[in-house]
Design a protein. Sequence first.
Length: 102
Amino acid sequence: MLGETAICVRWLELPAPPRQADPAVFMLTWLRDRASGVACVLTTTAHAPAPAYSEEVDLHLHPEADVPELLRLHRQHVNRHGKPQKLAAAQGWRKIWQASTI
């Protein structure tokens, strides 16, 4: 947790092609105001997810970014929408897990 941003690392535990088996970093920030129609910003190093995420999730894929670069890009995307919502550690992890498994 970075105040308002939850970060997790996920990977497939089932046999998969090498490209899909790499761990992926997910960064999620919930927004205070949904005036733009977006509830949260999700930035990840994963390749295109399937099925597609909700229209309320502003999804950004950066499969080649390292973690510091991904965090910088994520914060830029969040700043375009407005103020982030502060999260407690347990609540943030639960929400990022739910959002990234939609």
